[in-house]
Design a protein around this ligand. Structure first.
Ligand code: HEC
Ligand code: HEC
Length: 269
């Protein structure tokens, strides 16, 4: 008894107790918390892949093959990544209905949870671009002017300088970008659907993609008024030139006619 209380009063006793307590807490945490969470994530992931595989077999396998290897009716999906599935199914392009120059957008028939499952299954076939997170695609605080520059250099040749879209060769077309969600714009750049080139992070970093999204949202849609007044459809020199001809020249002709009529009257009287 005397011995113990003497030890308790030893100057190092407090340190020893503290170390023991720390080791115990650390050990317990290591034993339970992270392992439990990792395991839960893993089971959730493999459940999503299983569910996605079921949806895939029913809706997609006929064209893309039972294991995503592709058939004559659809390309291989090995390595296209979850972002490609989220884009294609989330914009209603997939499942495709009939062959044509370009698969059109349709009503989206899967809900987001099902799309995530399909994406998880396709991503399990081979690594590819990953569906971006909310913060990755959020354009708030991005540089709209820089986005405009990037858009004019990289996208305007197909999508027109304010994203109104335009025709390409062989019945293909670059769609109008109005109303397309920030996530789908980001994924289009990541995956390059159809005849669009892809812009991976190595050539176009995340921040530049955000700047482009900010630009598209500024010149298109309801987020802001057109800074120059009436936009005339944003179609460029054709509509703006036509406006100039009809109202500008029309106005001049009207004035000329008015002046001529008045000089004629003045002469008569
Ligand atoms: C009727 C046949 C058909 C069905 C059904 C179909 N696809 Fe497709 N899919 C295609 C074709 C054809 C393309 C090529 C698209 C194009 O050229 O416009 C394609 C392209 C894709 C791409 C883009 C691949 C890439 O290289 O970026 C993805 C992803 C995709 N399909 C996923 C799906 C998923 C998921 C389903 C089921 C929900 C599905 N498809 C159902 C025919 C089909
Ligand atoms: C060579 C022409 C070309 C270039 C350059 C191009 N695109 Fe595209 N883009 C297309 C085509 C074609 C499609 C339609 C693909 C489809 O329907 O499968 C498309 C589709 C899209 C879509 C999907 C729109 C929708 O309605 O779902 C977005 C968003 C998009 N492009 C953004 C961009 C951005 C941003 C850039 C520049 C970084 C760019 N594109 C550069 C041709 C192009």
């Amino acid at each position: 008894m005397k011995k113990l209380s003497a030890r308790r009063r030893h100057p190092l006793a407090a340190v020893v107790v503290l170390l023991l307590a720390l080791a115990a807490t650390g050990g317990l945490y290591a034993a339970f918390a992270p392992a439990g969470k990792a395991q839960a994530d893993e089971t959730a992931q493999s459940l999503a892949i299983d569910e996605g595989k079921k949806l895939y077999s029913v809706g997609c396998a006929s064209c893309h093959g039972s294991g995503g290897q592709g058939t004559t009716d659809g390309p291989s999906l090995v390595g296209v990544g979850s972002a490609a599935v989220d884009f294609q199914v989330g914009t209603g392009r997939m499942p495709a209905q009939q062959p044509g120059a370009q698969v059109p957008k349709k009503k989206v028939i899967y809900n987001q949870a099902e799309i995530d499952q399909l994406a998880a299954y396709v991503a399990s076939l081979g690594a590819g671009p990953i569906t971006p997170t909310k913060s990755q695609v959020d354009p708030s605080g991005a540089d709209v002017a820089k986005g405009g520059d990037l858009f004019r250099t990289n996208c305007a040749q197909c999508h027109n300088f304010t994203g109104q879209g335009g025709a390409l060769t062989k019945g293909k077309y670059a769609p109008n970008l109005e109303g397309v969600s920030a996530k789908h714009i980001y994924e289009a750049m990541q995956t390059g659907p159809q005849s669009m080139p892809s812009f991976p992070d190595t050539t176009m970093p995340e921040q530049e993609k955000k700047d482009i999204i900010a630009y598209i949202k500024t010149v298109n849609g309801s987020e802001s008024e057109s800074p120059g007044g009436l936009s005339l459809g944003g179609l460029g020199p054709v509509s703006e030139g036509l406006f100039g001809w009809i109202f500008g020249l029309g106005g001049l002709i009207a004035i000329a006619v008015w002046v001529a009529a008045h000089t004629a009257k003045a002469k008569k009287s």
